[in-house]
Design a protein. Structure first.
Ligand code: F3S
Length: 389
């Protein structure tokens, strides 16, 4: 792999252990994927922030990097953590809170923005054609497919290394030739809501693997709804982008999806044998301001039923903009949690055994990561289940 004189000198240790370690991670990754060089990035987004999913072992590595004066060179955001200060922080024991605070502290020392969201594109929209190193899979598909920004799906360590060096190896979908669709998917049904778009994502993720689909027949709909497709396709498979336009496809493979497959996928993701779940969770991926508004409209005059919790997750950035919406949702008995999400939080320690959600990604992960039975349904049905009467 070609390195500039400056990169070589960092590689040899002239800028200290932290920079040397980070550039070595990037070079190793680049060599694995036959990258010819490193390219500059506009931003990085780091996953592996929740103590629940990260565990203890990596904390010492983060501390060592911060102690060795590692500092990010580009704007770097963080994925959600395992609790929030308004609600879960008051319910969960200290031994789960302290390591989480320690993780955030080490990231802060390195200059990462405490965004704690999986929707960094709401904080700052990346420019068309700009290069990034993002590690949140749903955001990777959203950025590549809906914003025409370019990023591979990084792991937490490689995104952090890229942030500290300000560069990433030039491979994968940083290269034009690797962004071409190589499978065509024809949708033979009218996808009616965000849940059906999510179900399509789960189905495609499992079917196309790491291929790039060109999807024909997607409804004309909002990015908020398409966000469910982005999150789900990345949850069940390795595709990092999709296209709407099939005209450039030199595919060898053609697939079709019908209403029966969508229905079956939703049924497979709805294993809870109740219509009164312990938790109704909205905000995977984190809610946009528009989604907060929509939830608020459906919440007016309602009251969350006893025995059910309603969590609406978003970033602290959106929460600040959504002041009135937050008040109304909370007046109805819901909880607006920022910087956290159900999947990476300790729901099982709160006795939550059934989770209803409009997110196919959450329904896909709930059995393994939350030890909970999911119910997948559109927003209106989720809220109907959350409210009395
Ligand atoms: Fe975001 Fe958590 Fe879903 S990180 S994409 S809300 S699983």
């Amino acid at each position: 792999m070609y390195l500039t004189r400056e990169e070589e000198s960092i590689y040899d240790g002239s800028s200290g252990w932290a920079n040397q370690t980070c550039i070595r991670i990037l070079v190793r990754l680049g060599e694995l994927f036959n990258a010819e060089k490193l390219i500059p990035i506009d931003s990085a987004h780091v996953s592996g922030v929740s103590y629940k999913t990260l565990g203890d072992a990596p904390i010492e590595f983060l501390r060592a990097l911060a102690d060795a004066d590692a500092r990010v060179k580009v704007r770097t955001t963080l994925n959600p953590q395992s609790l929030d200060s308004h609600y879960l922080g008051k319910k969960l024991p200290k031994h789960l809170q302290e390591p989480q605070l320690d993780i955030l502290k080490q990231f802060k020392r390195m200059g990462l923005t405490q965004s704690l969201t999986c929707t960094p594109y709401y904080l700052q929209r990346p420019k068309r054609g700009s290069h990034h190193a993002w590690a949140e899979s749903s955001a990777v598909v959203y950025a590549n497919s809906l914003l025409s920004a370019w990023t591979n799906r990084e792991g937490g360590p490689s995104a952090l290394a890229a942030a500290i060096i300000g560069k990433t190896p030039d491979y994968g979908i940083h290269k034009t030739e690797n962004r071409q669709p190589n499978v065509t998917v024809k949708i033979e049904t009218k996808l009616k809501n965000e849940t059906e778009l999510g179900a399509l994502g789960i189905l495609l993720g499992k079917t196309v693997g790491d291929k790039i689909p060109a999807i024909k027949g997607l409804p004309t709909t909002s990015k908020d709804r398409l966000k469910q497709l982005c999150a789900a396709i990345a949850a069940s498979g390795m595709a990092n982008m999709f296209h709407f336009d099939c005209s450039r496809t030199k595919e060898t493979e053609k697939l079709s999806v019908d209403s029966h497959q969508i229905k079956q996928t939703i049924e497979e993701l709805s294993t809870a044998a109740t219509n009164q779940p312990d938790l109704v969770f909205l905000g995977c991926p984190h809610c946009s301001l528009n989604e907060m508004k929509r939830i608020t409209q459906l919440t007016e005059g309602k009251k969350v039923r006893a025995g059910t919790e309603l969590w609406v997750c978003t970033s602290c950035h959106i929460r600040q903009m959504a002041g009135d919406y937050v008040k109304k949702i909370e007046r109805a008995g819901g909880h607006v949690l920022d910087g956290v999400c159900t999947v990476v939080s300790w729901t099982e320690k709160l006795g939550i055994e059934t989770i209803m959600t409009n997110s196919a990604k959450t329904a896909y992960y709930a059995p393994t990561l939350n030890k909970a039975e999911p119910l997948l349904a559109p927003l209106q049905d989720c809220l109907k289940a959350a409210f009395q009467g």
